[in-house]
Write a protein that binds this ligand. Structure first.
Ligand code: TYM
Length: 334
């Protein structure tokens, strides 16, 4: 049975990278015969300090982003991670399966902890283990994410294999990671070598899901590019990170390939390409930000959606926790 699962951290407003690397894919994956679980990773968010009321607002906001992007609760289960206690239960057991050496190699911890590692939270260190629990708790088979999650997904696969091996069971499926297409790695509009991110201090580096049409157009106009014309073929974009990124954004949003975009724009400069790009971004993103504003005006409705999702997710997760307890030898009732 195919089970698709993914999560988004509740730690700030979402941007075009989150949309193309994650949300759009989730919405596009709703036609096939699979079960789908999409959650708001609020437990991951608190690995760094979060203002409590803001965390709660952000959790609702991410839920609204799922809905605004087209995730349909008739086809997908949307829920807050912390509403299903199995995530934490499994995370502890996996803390005892994963090895220190594996976590020591995680580049995200090194990036986020910075120089003063001693002052990082223990949760930040063991963050990828909680992520493995998120995925395996639902015995997910497919995990759509952006490229930046590659290492975490590898660790999840390692946890699944080691658990199965240590306890001599064939219990957890080893999940497949889905990060195909030009949307898997969207870069900053100010620097083609840095990924588009919530934490970049410059708001001009990203397009937020909440930006209006004028803001989007002005950010694209200011986006860093180069003085050359666009090449006729994709190979011509190597060593031109900003150009590659802008063409990739166009392709991902328009639902075409980089080759197709270059067919139309090869030989033209950014003076011609940028207005066309701005038009596509506005055309695709404006309806989403409009829906988002409508949804955010009704937090009670969002809470209703989350409650339905949490109940459904708990139904699926509870028997897995029970199985795992039995496998490990923890008392799980008679
Ligand atoms: P997060 O919240 O940082 O990002 C959410 C999703 O957006 C993708 N993404 C991008 N894709 C393309 N270009 C970008 N610039 C870009 N920035 C972000 C991310 O790859 C991700 O798919 N640890 C995860 C949340 C998580 C999770 C999970 C994901 C927790 N448990 C279980 C999958 C399965 C995170 O912090 O994503």
């Amino acid at each position: 049975k195919k089970r698709i699962l993914s999560g988004i951290q509740a730690s700030g407003s979402l941007h075009l990278g989150n949309y193309l690397g994650a949300l759009k894919k989730f919405a596009d994956m709703q036609s096939d015969d699979a079960e789908r679980f999409f959650f708001i990773a609020d437990l991951h968010a608190i690995t760094v300090w979060q203002e409590p009321q803001k965390l709660l607002d952000q959790t609702r906001e991410i839920a609204a982003c799922y809905l605004a992007a087209g995730v349909d609760i008739e086809k997908s289960t949307i829920f807050p991670q912390s509403a299903v206690t199995g995530h934490v239960e499994l995370a502890w057991i996996f803390n005892c399966v994963a090895r220190l050496g594996w976590l020591d190699r995680m580049t995200q911890f090194k990036d986020k902890a910075g120089k003063d590692k001693e002052r990082a939270s223990v949760g930040l260190y063991t963050y990828p283990v909680l992520q493995a629990a998120d995925i395996l708790l639902y015995k997910a088979t497919h995990v759509p994410v952006g490229e930046d999650q590659r290492q975490h997904l590898e660790l999840t696969r390692d946890v699944a294999k080691k658990f199965n091996h240590d306890f001599e069971v064939d219990y957890f499926p080893v999940p497949e990671t889905l990060y195909q297409g030009p949307g898997a790695r969207i870069m900053s509009l100010r620097d083609g070598m840095a990924k588009m991110s919530k934490s970049d201090p410059s708001d001009n580096s990203r397009i937020n899901l909440t930006d209006d049409a004028d803001t989007i157009a002005s950010k694209i106009k200011k986006a860093k590019s180069d003085a050359d014309v666009l090449p006729e073929a994709a190979e011509g974009l190597e060593n031109r990170p900003e150009a590659k990124n802008l063409v990739g954004i166009y392709a991902a949003l328009a639902g075409t390939s980089v080759a197709d975009v270059l067919n139309d724009f090869g030989g033209k400069g950014f003076g011609a390409f940028k207005p066309a790009l701005a038009e596509v971004v506005v055309e695709k993103m404006a309806p989403i930000s409009q829906r988002l504003r409508g949804l955010l005006a009704d937090p009670a409705e969002i809470d209703r959606v989350l409650k339905i999702g949490a109940d459904r997710a708990n139904e699926v997760a509870a028997p897995v926790v029970k199985d795992v307890k039995k496998i490990v030898g923890l008392w799980a009732g008679s």
